[in-house]
Design a protein around this ligand. Structure first.
Ligand code: PGA
Length: 256
């Protein structure tokens, strides 16, 4: 049984002090539950204060929004996996569509980031998803498969088992137009089949596949009602402690 995972991607929002205020408020609204894992992904500048506000061995995990593939060196403006590990990050988002479309990230570098994260004990959350034009021309599956191949090629089953895949259709991100459960489930099933075919059954049964794109407290329940959807990567609706707490509470309801 895969434990649902809810990740709040703050993107370029919240200063360090705003992060601390969020965490205080959020923790008053929701308690730990064995039925769902929760991760916050603040900006790099807020990671340390978020870590301190969460305290040691908090039930809320920490993730970063990006990572460089080298450990150190002349890469102005970049942050490496060991730097993130020292701040107690457990996860790192890789290949978000913002990175792909606004910053020109390609599968080749995304693959290096996935591998660097794994080498240093971070679990990558690999984002994949098609644009509206690609969906409308029937290219969803081939685009997603190419991105999966690009990001995951060459991983051992053990490594892949610690990767989370986030299906985030580009047309659903920040638009208020989430995919329907049916649309998401179709792609999630093809992603799991991709893992099963390229690796094996056991790996396919443990890899978590999240949905992302305009997730809200209103639509999280029908999405999580399907056992093909193992959680959510939340953007806009994770910025307020109230709406993120409502999403997390929905995920904490034990699946049967
Ligand atoms: P959204 O963003 O929830 O605001 O659509 C999701 C994401 O980009 O991860």
């Amino acid at each position: 049984m895969r434990r649902p995972l809810i990740v709040g991607n703050w993107k370029m929002n919240k200063t360090a002090s705003e992060a601390v205020a969020f965490i205080r408020d959020f923790r008053e609204r929701v308690a730990a539950s064995p039925h769902a894992e929760v991760v916050l992904a603040p900006a790099f500048t807020a990671l340390e204060s978020a870590r301190n506000a969460l305290g040691p061995s908090s039930w809320i995990g920490l993730g970063a929004q990006n990572v460089h593939w080298e450990t150190h060196g002349s890469f102005t403006g970049e942050v490496s996996a060991p730097m993130l590990r020292e701040l107690d990050c457990r996860y790192v988002i890789v290949g978000h569509s913002d990175r792909r479309t606004l910053f020109g990230e390609r599968d080749e570098t995304i693959q290096k980031k996935v591998q660097a994260a794994l080498r240093h004990g971070l679990s990558p959350i690999l984002c994949v998803g098609e644009s509206l034009a690609e969906r409308e021309t029937g290219l969803t599956e081939s685009v997603v498969t190419a991105q999966l191949n690009g990001g995951l090629a060459g991983l051992s089953p053990q490594d892949l088992a610690t990767v989370t895949i986030a299906y985030e259709p580009v047309w659903a991100i920040g638009t208020g137009r989430a995919a329907t459960t049916e649309q998401a489930v179709t792609v999630h099933r093809s992603i799991r089949l991709f893992v099963e075919t390229g690796w094996d059954n056991d790996t396919a049964s443990v890899v978590r596949i999240l949905y992302g794109g305009s997730v809200t407290p209103q639509n999280i329940e029908p999405l999580l009602a399907s056992d093909a959807i193992d959680g959510a990567l939340v953007g806009g609706a994770c910025l307020s402690p109230d709406s993120f707490a409502r999403i997390v509470r929905s995920a904490q309801i034990q699946r049967v």
